[in-house]
Design a protein around this ligand. Structure first.
Ligand SMILES: Nc1nc2c(ncn2[C@@H]2O[C@H](COP(=O)(O)OP(=O)(O)OP(=O)(O)O)[C@@H](O)[C@H]2O)c(=O)[nH]1
Length: 915
């Protein structure tokens, strides 16, 4: 469904964006700012309720107009103006009244129509001929203008005229005309003037009509119906005939169109012309003799022919013809797709403007930004609007994904097994309990059984199935949650009866509570002599985990993993808790789940353990997992068996990914490969944008810029090597690379592989990591990528030193050297108002470049040094002018140029720094 931005709505109604946004917020619409979007239905409601009229009506009017007389349009315009001020209720009332009066009005209309005759018919194309008794012009003039929305001449007149008596009436009358086809419009129109209508519906209509009739009559008169088959107009016009007014209305917009009509000259300018101009924008050739004109028999196109006639008077007209339609077209073309963010530089590039202009615009909005700073969609929308661009949020596929399940015709939801995470303090028996539970698995035969290779497994106990997520530590639980993944239905909190509540017990409670997951307590090690389950209950009671026997709702189980006591009860209680939760899923849908863990397998490529949470995952399904996509090549269950499918709450290892997703990433089956790839690509693009948006860390590649920006002259290194000897050798050699300008410092060193802590340290201290004969694991690599830490591996010390040296050269302040690129001789000077002196030159040597620096030499003496402000060949701005050509040169902030001066252009070139 298409969405409309609030500022667009504001623009439609002539409101200020912010004003409207505030108003809507006050009215409780779900928007945050004027750049927020609303769906079409809400937009329509806003138009109706807040504006009292709106685009919708306009659109409908257009249609109406085609069939109706120009008059109708005029009214529309009127309506709009009023409606803003008016309130809903009034509008409604008015509408009712109008409808009631409509019948009688119809009659009057018919009468009036006779007078106007010409108009409608003309529009109707061929039938029209008979129509125009009066003049050609008139109706056209009236109609289009009216349409424009601007109070067309006719409209304007009408209102005032009727105002004294029944202001509303006028509106209504008009409305009626319109309403016949467009009840909604009517309502709005009426809105403002509802009351009067009620009083004298029949009479008023007459007035306005008459007026229009006049105008129309005039216009009509001008059209010579002596048909003389004209060259048919191009197709585009076709269909506009009726629209003759219609298009104009919509497009032309208020101002211009109205004018002609209003003026006495209206006669000559036929509405038609106006319409034509508006519609096509292009001036017609004059030339037609007044007398002959349209060949109505031709239909739409013929009508347009009339436009040409108009031309005569129309010089001015054309100018006036506003080309709203054209504007619309442009707007549609000038769209920029932005994912969550876009950097200032990118935005400027896509709009074809300088980044500095965008930055200036942002400053105007009170946002101080640099070129590399990322702007969110809302801000980008605001800025882009100032440059005539529209920002579109590039999340189509994402939205499609989100809607995928909603759209899907699902079957019945069925109960599904609970997903359980076991938590607790160190050594309280988590592993032992899980082992004991696994042994209860009735599905395990003598061979096979749960292999626990995949981070989660399903146990089919006699009391029912349970899926355990077996990721190490509380951190995994938190990390998943931090990614928005909620896979756990129930937490089993293991507390040793002989030890009671400890640090990690408290931590586990906090995690579970934060996730809103119910806790089942397993008081373990009850076989021990010093076991004191009651104490555990008391202590846990302080955290709100009140046992059922004490009136609370927390389920407690006393277990001994060692002696296999209470394990079945624990499983039964888990089922009990699951029943309370009424866990259900629809296995008939496309699968959706969460990545529990993923890795790059040597032989099998990227593999991910996915917990299916909804639907059924099948071999051959196309899917998206985090940033990656793929097609399920094979599914392996927790027993190491190949399976064809996996239903809700089933953990399964998936092969066929294009990359290694992260734990907690959402896994969604999509309809086809195209969608999978497209979503994956857009997510990766988005991720890159986000990455760019965050400040980049130092690396050997960007060292120079980094240091130049921060004026830091230190390269920090974290060293890792397979042997101590390498560390020492390299450490000393690297530090010896230090110069007066750049210091090389080994921040930290150690033997063994590169660890996550190294990455964190490097990230925190803006260091790079160098490893000798050691490589980071996939996980560490991922972390390094996330943290943007430059990790480099070498096997030869010399290569590493060489790289560092290169980077250091980059760090040196670059030096610039001036290079003269050309000389021009001033042959003439021109004074250009508001610009200053322009030197008419002849390039005698080299070339002159637009962005070059320039020295003004008089008799060999430099009298000014600055920049070239403008460089032109004849009337065109050019980038450069070669020797042997003439050109005009303006020097920035310098006007004292004299004939005979030499202008020496030069550029600064960077000279590579060396140590
Ligand atoms: N007596 C007795 N000892 C138990 C019981 N459950 C576990 N243990 C012992 O407690 C010790 C720790 O058990 P684990 O299952 O490794 O505890 P854990 O919570 O998984 O420990 P971490 O993995 O280090 O967090 C082991 O020596 C177990 O044999 C029990 O029910 N009774």
């Amino acid at each position: 469904m298409s969405r409309v931005r609030v500022y667009e709505l504001a623009k439609e109604a002539g409101f200020k964006s912010k004003e409207l946004a505030d108003k809507l917020i006050a009215l409780g619409y779900p928007i945050k700012s004027h750049s927020s979007t609303v769906d079409e239905a809400t937009a329509a409601e806003i138009r109706r309720k807040v504006f009292g009229s709106g685009t919708i009506e306009v659109g409908e009017e257009r249609i109406t107009v085609r069939k109706k007389p120009a008059v109708v349009r005029t009214k529309v315009t009127t309506v709009r103006r009023r409606s803003r001020a008016e309130k809903e209720e009034t509008a409604r009332k008015a509408e009712e009244e109008l409808l009631a009066a409509q019948a009688s009005l119809e009659e009057e209309k018919a009468a009036a129509a006779k007078e106007r005759v010409a108009e409608p018919e003309v529009r109707e194309e061929s039938e029209a001929p008979a129509v125009t008794p009066e003049g050609e012009t008139t109706e056209a003039g009236a109609a289009p203008e009216a349409v424009e929305g601007t109070p067309p001449a006719a409209g304007a007149e009408q209102e005032p005229a009727s105002a004294p008596e029944v202001p509303a009436g006028a509106g209504e009358v008009a409305g009626k005309g319109i309403r016949e086809e467009d009840p909604e419009t009517t309502g709005k129109e009426t809105g403002g003037s509802a009351q009067p209508i009620a009083e004298e519906p029949p009479v008023q209509p007459a007035r306005p009509e008459v007026k229009r009739a006049k105008g129309l009559a005039r216009v009509v008169g001008k059209v010579d119906i002596k048909v003389e088959p004209e060259r048919p107009r191009p197709q585009r016009r076709t269909g506009r005939l009726q629209a003759g007014g219609a298009p104009a209305v919509a497009d032309a917009g208020p101002g211009p169109a109205a004018r002609p009509a209003g003026k006495g000259k209206g006669k000559k300018k036929s509405v038609v012309d106006a319409g034509g101009d508006n519609g096509f924008g292009k001036p017609r050739k004059k030339g037609g003799r007044k007398g002959r004109k349209v060949d109505f028999s031709r239909g739409d196109e013929a009508e347009f022919v009339r436009y040409r006639k108009k031309k005569k008077k129309g010089g001015a007209r054309r100018d006036k013809t506003p080309s709203a339609p054209v504007a619309e077209t442009k707007a549609i073309k000038k769209r920029i797709k932005v994912f969550e963010t876009i950097t200032v530089g990118d935005l400027a590039k896509r709009m074809g403007v300088k980044a500095s202009e965008v930055i200036a615009q942002l400053m105007g909005l009170g946002v101080m930004a640099t070129v590399n700073q990322a702007l969110d969609v809302d801000t980008a929308t605001l800025v882009a609007a100032d440059f005539g661009y529209e920002v579109e949020q590039g999340m189509t596929e994402e939205i499609e994904i989100m809607q995928l399940q909603e759209q899907e015709e699902g079957g019945e939801e069925q109960p599904r097994p609970p997903v359980v995470t076991v938590m607790g303090h160190v050594d309280h028996g988590k592993t032992s309990i899980l082992d004991a539970i696994r042994k209860t698995d009735v599905a395990s035969g003598e061979a096979g059984g749960i292999t626990q290779h995949i981070g989660a497994y399903h146990v089919q106990a006699s009391s029912g199935g349970v899926t355990f997520v077996d990721t190490p530590g509380h951190a995994a639980f938190t990390e998943m949650r931090s990614r928005g993944a909620q896979v756990t239905d129930i937490v089993v909190l293991v507390v040793a009866a002989d030890d009671g509540v400890m640090d990690q017990t408290r931590e586990a409670i906090a995690h579970a509570k934060a996730a809103g997951v119910p806790i089942v307590v397993a008081v373990n090690k009850i076989d021990k002599d010093n076991a004191d389950p009651e104490r555990v209950k008391r202590e846990l009671g302080e955290f709100g985990l009140i046992p059922e026997e004490w009136g609370g709702d927390t389920i407690y189980c006393e277990t001994s993993a060692k002696r296999n006591i209470g394990i079945d009860e624990l499983l039964e209680n888990i089922q009990l808790q699951a029943e309370i939760l009424e866990l259900k899923a629809d296995p008939s849908r496309k699968a959706r789940g969460t990545v529990i863990e993923a890795q790059l397998h040597k032989g099998r490529g990227p593999v991910a353990t996915v917990l299916v949470q909804e639907g059924t995952l099948r071999v051959g399904d196309y899917f998206v997992a985090g940033l990656y996509s793929g097609k399920v090549r094979s599914l392996t269950n927790d027993r190491g068996e190949q399976v064809r499918e996996a239903g809700p709450a089933m953990p399964v290892e998936v092969q066929g990914l294009s990359g290694v997703p992260s734990a907690g990433d959402e896994f969604v089956v999509v309809k086809d490969e195209k969608m999978a790839k497209s979503v994956s690509a857009s997510r990766q693009l988005k991720a890159r944008e986000t990455e760019l948006a965050s400040a980049s860390k130092v690396s050997l590649d960007n060292l120079f810029e980094k240091i130049a920006e921060q004026e830091v002259k230190e390269l920090r290194i974290i060293l890792r090597a397979d042997v101590q000897g390498t560390l020492e050798a390299f450490g000393q050699a690297a530090e010896k690379l230090s110069t007066d300008e750049i210091r090389v410092r080994v921040l930290h060193e150690g033997t063994g592989s590169i660890t996550e802590n190294d990455i964190h340290l490097a990230a925190a201290s803006d260091a790079i990591i160098i490893g000798f004969n050691v490589r980071p694991t996939v996980k560490v690599k991922e972390l390094a990528e996330r943290e943007q830490v430059d990790v480099r591996s070498y096997d030869v010390i010399y290569h590493a030193l060489e790289d560092i040296q290169k980077a250091m050269v980059g760090m040196l302040e670059p030096t610039y050297e001036e290079q003269v690129i050309g000389t021009a001789e001033v042959r003439e000077t021109f004074q250009v108002p508001k610009v200053g002196t322009i030197a008419g030159c002849f390039v005698i040597d080299g070339k002159i470049e637009r962005n070059a620096g320039v020295r003004v030499l008089r008799d060999g003496v430099v009298i000014y040094n600055g920049k070239i402000a403008s460089l032109r060949r004849f009337k065109d701005d050019v980038k450069e002018v070669q020797s042997g050509y003439e050109c005009g040169i303006g020097v920035e902030n310098f006007n004292d140029i004299k004939v005979g001066d030499h202008l020496e252009a030069y550029t600064m070139i960077e000279v590579e720094a060396t140590l």
